[in-house]
Ligand binder design. Structure first.
Ligand code: FES
Length: 106
């Protein structure tokens, strides 16, 4: 069974922006990159930097603290780089997240 949870209104995340939401007790950074939505752990696995404030290069976010890179696309992200990825979709004006899809720190 799919497990999608509403975390924000679509209007809260305009193109080119990122927000932090809570999902299953974890802080998650959600990005709107040219109209496509992506989500990953908010806290960088290196030292906890705020990934929603990172520089975007395509679908990769660069941590603002020390420059580690994270591909946000769960289809192409490496399986074990320490950051969790989430599936994101829009439904009835809500941003929905699905339980982590790429456990990468195990
Ligand atoms: S805290 Fe993100 S690279 Fe160091």
């Amino acid at each position: 069974m799919e497990d999608w949870s509403p975390v924000a209104r679509a209007e809260d995340l305009p193109v080119g922006r990122a927000i932090v939401v809570q999902h299953e007790g974890e802080a998650v950074a959600v990005f709107n990159i040219e109209g496509r939505l992506f989500a990953c752990s908010e806290h960088c696995p290196h030292a906890g930097g705020p990934l929603h404030l990172g520089l975007l290069r395509g679908t990769t976010v660069v941590c603002p603290w020390h420059g580690w890179n994270f591909d946000l696309d769960p289809a192409t992200a490496p399986p074990r780089d320490g950051a969790l990825r989430y599936l994101v979709r829009l439904q009835d004006g809500q941003i929905l997240l699905r339980t982590k899809v790429a456990p990468s720190s195990e």
